[in-house]
Ligand binder design. Structure first.
Ligand SMILES: Cc1cc2nc3c(=O)[nH]c(=O)nc-3n(C[C@H](O)[C@H](O)[C@H](O)COP(=O)(O)O)c2cc1C
Length: 480
């Protein structure tokens, strides 16, 4: 069944010309932001046609105060691209950049922000027209200094810069990003929200489970951006951080003890840990369960792993109750559980721990990583003081608390776990030495830097009491 058939089935339509309707819906369904382009130049007439399409959309009072500058000249493209946020290399690769400007001087006082709406509509038409003409395109609002672009292109100051569109023949085939179901974003006659809104305050005691669920769901939609066929993640560097690597290494060792184990990752979010678990299960996996709180996240997981794992091996699980933690698995079902910095969401994490214990098979093992309250999380402290922490520009992890090792021990005892090993991940003193090593490396003193790095690697994680002064602690658990 094609995407358009699915739309027709879910939202039957009787009016209009069926062929035109389906063709239009097909363009909408097919359009993706393209981030990889072929070198082939786009003919000038085609670019003109795209701009024609863009200017057919409504403007307030039909003012049409926009201007488009198409940049194809390589040196100028580099100059313009340099104003974008770092990492957006596709700007340099696209054969044509279209800089979009609008004269906002007549419209800035309008409370409905008509200039912005007008430009938004224009851009929508531009992207859809590109798709209809077999081109790929992406709009980039991530511009560090829009005025720099205007200056580079000699655009007068009364025209406001509204970012760039990259256009070219696409060289990628990104999977379709999830869209929130219509039921989540639509109400008739009276405003109704499918979920309770998440809280604007970071302290976990203010959050209900449904709000945590909603927040995690939104965060995933927000950040689950596909780039180069991969997914750009919330904490993209977390995957490569030493503590993440440590956790994956340990859990790999746990998994090696089983053939075809059933594994559960708790609150999987975008599935980064699940992916590593999948890699660690070299000998085969019985089943890999990615449990989280919303159907949206489960859908995202299913989509992400459809091509990465044999069918049915990675299963997205949704919490089975509205206001309590309930993992939809039978008692004693899984041999290994991972839970990477997730207890922090909960004021009282015991229900989650109890559920983990319930689904754990006798003799099964758990790896739990928890942020440490004894560690000076200075940057977080700063953000936590900002009231709009979780809704601000830096959407991060949602409600969060830190636990001291003693608290964790008590909680684990109460919920029927026994700790078999503890490791401090990224202890403060080793971080200090690693910093010094990096300074030496920058100075070109590689031999010294290497010696210091080796020293860190040897002492990493388990060194004496020092491990408790560590950003996170990893606990290995069995059932008591
Ligand atoms: C206002 C706006 C600004 C955007 N800015 C950027 C950007 O700076 N960099 C980028 O890679 N994508 C950017 N995008 C593209 C979105 O990430 C993309 O549309 C979204 O992930 C949905 O994917 P899709 O376009 O393939 O459906 C922007 C989109 C919009 C509407």
């Amino acid at each position: 069944m094609t995407a358009v058939d699915k739309v027709n089935q879910a939202y039957p339509a009787t009016e209009g010309d069926p062929a035109a309707r389906d063709a239009f819906m097909a363009i909408l369904e097919r359009r993706r932001s393209t981030r990889m382009f072929k070198e082939t130049p786009v003919p000038r007439e085609l670019l003109e046609r795209l701009i024609r399409a863009a200017t057919l959309l409504p403007t307030s009072c039909n003012r049409q105060l926009w201007h488009f500058v198409v940049v194809t000249e390589p040196a100028l493209k580099v100059r313009v691209s340099d104003f974008s946020d770092a990492q957006q290399s596709y700007l340099y690769d696209a054969p044509a950049l279209i800089a979009v400007f609008y004269d906002t001087s007549l419209e800035t006082r309008n409370p409905c922000r008509t200039a912005e709406v007008t430009v938004g509509m224009t851009l929508g038409a531009l992207l859809l027209a590109a798709e209809a003409h077999g081109l790929g395109a992406i709009y980039l609002g991530g511009i560090r200094r829009p005025s720099g672009i205007a200056k580079a292109l000699g655009v007068p100051s009364y025209l406001r810069s509204f970012g760039l569109v990259c256009v070219g023949y696409r060289d990628d085939d990104p999977p379709s990003p999830n869209r929130r179901p219509v039921g989540d974003v639509l109400s008739f006659n009276e405003f109704k929200l499918a979920h309770e809104r998440y809280h604007a305050d970071i302290r976990p005691h203010l959050w209900k489970l449904s709000q945590i669920a909603d927040f995690r769901d939104k965060l995933l939609w927000y950040k689950g951006v596909h780039i180069d066929g991969k997914t750009l993640h919330v904490d993209s560097d977390a995957r490569f951080s030493p503590k993440f690597q440590y956790m994956i290494g340990r859990i790999g060792m746990m998994l090696a003890a089983y053939s075809e184990p059933r594994v559960l990752d708790v609150l999987s979010f975008n599935g980064d840990v699940v992916l590593q678990l999948l890699n660690a299960c070299r000998g085969g996996v019985g089943a890999l369960y990615a449990y989280d709180l919303t159907p949206g996240i489960a859908r995202y997981i299913d989509e992400r792993f459809r091509q990465l794992a044999p069918p049915g091996k990675v299963v997205g699980l949704v919490n089975a109750a509205a206001e309590t933690v309930s993992i939809p698995l039978p008692d004693g079902h899984v041999q290994v559980i991972s839970c990477y910095e997730r207890l922090e969401h909960f004021e009282d994490p015991r229900p989650l721990l109890r559920e983990m214990r319930r689904v754990l098979a006798p003799g099964g093992r758990v790896l739990l990583v928890v942020s440490n309250r004894f560690y000076p999380h200075l940057y977080r402290f700063k953000r936590m003081r900002q009231k709009n922490y979780s809704l601000g520009r830096n959407w991060n992890r949602g409600p969060e608390r830190k636990y001291e090792p003693g608290q964790i021990r008590r909680l684990l005892e109460e919920t029927g776990f026994r700790v078999t090993a503890v490791a401090g991940l990224q202890p403060a003193h080793l971080k200090g030495v690693a910093f010094v090593a990096a300074v030496f490396r920058r100075m070109g003193r590689h031999a010294v830097a290497d010696r210091l790095a080796d020293w860190c690697a040897q002492r990493y994680v388990t060194e004496g009491q020092g491990k408790y002064f560590s950003s996170s602690l990893a606990y290995e658990l069995v059932k008591n």
